[in-house]
Design a protein around this ligand. Structure first.
Ligand code: ADP
Ligand code: ADP
Length: 223
């Protein structure tokens, strides 16, 4: 679960900068799925980067998986980060590592045994339909394939919180349907999931509770 109370955020922490997020309060229980909606510039990516511990709120209270983020020490934050999966809009794959090694990375950071890593990577890559591309380098893949690798890397260690920024924008309808089925399954297994999108048709097709932002303000919150 995560909880935000009166959270504001401005890029560069500047007080004169226009706030990317203003006075956001949210409470999402464990194992729930939320769409994160709003037009471009509404603050969706900013909110996801706070949840992924990539950015620090300028003001307010952030609690993720029971950890009060603003007061947490570096070690606690590092442990918390390993329980959060993130799918970025630009994928952020390591271009010099092949698909296998990109997806294996989170498990290697957990010092899992190589045999177990290999088993997990093959299973997840089969699921995303890329089991034949394990040796490819990310720049050799299409946008949709890179997006599926990024998704596999984010979910391989079954994070307790998963945040995804426009994770279907490079996928075709069939792949998007598969991905949303996987997200719903992960939520059933206990992962809290927030998916940002400005694609209204996909939201209509897969109805779920939504959080909506406009100009950095919360304009809708399902409870
Ligand atoms: P969304 O993801 O909904 O498109 P963002 O969180 O990216 O919205 O942007 C929210 C606001 O923050 C916008 O006004 C945007 O211009 C601004 N912004 C986004 N990224 C940066 C940045 N790196 N530096 C300064 N301002 C930014
Ligand atoms: P089939 O129904 O023929 O067994 P699948 O439904 O397993 O095929 O896969 C159909 C297509 O969807 C494949 O091209 C595969 O690459 C892609 N795909 C499978 N799983 C996912 C997923 N989780 N995310 C995105 N694309 C996927």
């Amino acid at each position: 679960m995560f909880r935000l109370h009166d959270v504001s955020y401005a890029y560069g922490g500047s007080r004169t900068a226009q706030a990317a997020l203003s006075h956001i309060s949210l409470d999402v229980p464990q194992g729930e799925f939320r769409w994160l909606l709003g037009p471009s510039g509404a603050g969706k990516s900013s909110l996801l980067s706070i949840l992924a511990l990539e950015a620090q709120a300028s003001a307010g209270m952030v609690e993720i998986l029971g950890v009060p983020v603003m007061q947490a020490r570096r070690g606690a934050l590092a442990r918390l980060r390993r329980r959060i999966g993130a799918v970025y809009q630009d994928f952020r794959l390591l271009p010099d590592l092949n698909v296998f090694d990109n997806v294996a990375l989170p498990l290697r950071l957990q010092h899992r045994a190589e045999a177990e890593i290999s088993h997990e990577v093959h299973a997840i890559m089969k699921w995303v339909g890329l089991e034949t591309r394990l040796d490819a380098l990310p720049p050799q893949l299409s946008g949709g394939e890179q997006q599926r690798v990024a998704i596999a890397r984010a979910v391989i260690y079954r994070p307790a919180l998963l945040v995804a920024d426009e994770p279907t924008n490079a996928l075709d309808d069939r792949q998007a349907a598969r991905l949303l089925a996987m997200f719903h399954r992960l939520a059933e297994l206990g992962t809290t999931i927030v998916v940002a999108t400005h694609n209204d048709s996909i939201v209509r097709k897969y109805p779920a509770p939504a959080i909506e932002l406009a100009h950095g303000h919360l304009v809708r919150d399902y409870r």
